[in-house]
Design a protein. Sequence first.
Length: 127
Amino acid sequence: MTSAISGDTTGATIPPETQAKFGALVALILGSESMNTEERQYWINILPIMTAEQTAELQGILENEKAQLAAIDQKYAKETAQMGQAEQIAKTDAERTRKRSARKETEGAHREAEEQSAEDLLKKIEE
């Protein structure tokens, strides 16, 4: 009797005795991103007739694949985070530049108003 493993979204059919004997290896096969459904089913079907050396080699290959993909994901996540930080720095710099420009304009307007007030005051004094 065979049945699909619960929670399996690959469509592979796993005999209970294969699942019991090769549980960790079956999980690696099901989680492999390099295999399609037919390939997964092929490896699950031949697990019971493989030698211990062959199953160990398959497990090593699948663990290596998993580790390499995890390293790629980690590197990508790090690069994405760095890009996000660079974007945030650029936004902060742009915001500071905008605020400085606005402050200079405001200070310039105040300075002109003070100069005009001073001139008006001098004119009144001279009159």
